[in-house]
Design a protein around this ligand. Sequence first.
Ligand code: BV8
Ligand code: ZN
Length: 244
Amino acid sequence: MEFDKELTKKLDEASSIVFFTGAGISAESGIPTFRGDEGLWKKVKPQELANFDAFLRNQDMVWEWYQYRRNIMNNTKPNAGHKTIVEFEKYFDVTVITQNVDNLHRRAKSKTIFELHGNIERNFCIECKTFYNHNEFGSAKRTPKCKKCGGMVRPDVVWFGENLPQDIFNKAEQKAKECDICFVVGTSAVIFPAANIPITAKQYGAYLVEINVEQTDITSSVDYSIKGKSGEVLPKILDIIKDK
Ligand code: BV8
Ligand code: ZN
């Protein structure tokens, strides 16, 4: 796979790199994306499940959807894309800013990760805010009750209409402002304010590179758009560094 000479030059000059990732980076691990053909949202509508009112109206259905997704995630592992991002840490100051809740960047052992939309492995009680790891409930089909106060327990993810964790978002935004290269990997870039992150990186002078199997809402704004699977493209980009 041949790359633009400018990418090689930017990699030579760079010291800090941000990887802004979406569901596409986990597709090769077998986790369905949200808006692709086999997308998670195809079967259900976000407004039906990924929002707090839906949870209050029908928490068992929402809980079961997350348990279904956790089962998928438990049977997957980080792919070459996740692992290559970790290998970039040998050559650059690397930050992962992810919209994904699938825990795969942590399992790949990335050092610096900002999870903008939470993490499906964590849950908390909506009354007393006690945190629970998901495996404390096993394969419970019904929404578990808090062991401390009996309140309802929900997944620790950011639903539509909910604010992103402000501290995490601010730190991620700061890293985007400081980076030399921002790779936008496997995202349709339609969810805000997360999708503002790569735009902010570019506004502050970063070289913006998209890796995706199709055109997206951000394609027209990037400096370089690479069409391909992240699990195949990322190792080839790293080879540019290794072959130096
Ligand atoms: C909020 C967690 C304040 C739950 C998710 C402007 C500013 C602020 C808010 C808004 C705004 N405009 C609209 C809003 C509201 C809303 C929003 O963005 N709506 C959209 C529909 C327009 N935003 C919010 O509600 C956010 N909160 O703003 O709070 C506020 C408060 C009150 C009122 C107003 C504002 C919260 C949004 C977070 C929602 N939570 N997930 C869960 O996961 O169950 S969203 C969900 O989408 C996931 O987190 C996912 O990560 C995210 C983004 O999707 P992608 O990751 O991009 O996945 P997708 O399937 O779309 O794309 C995959 C891509 O990969 C594709 O391009 C495909 O081609 C590519 N691909 C596939 N295979 C590969 C590949 N690429 C490379 N290699 C491959 N092998
Ligand atoms: Zn409680």
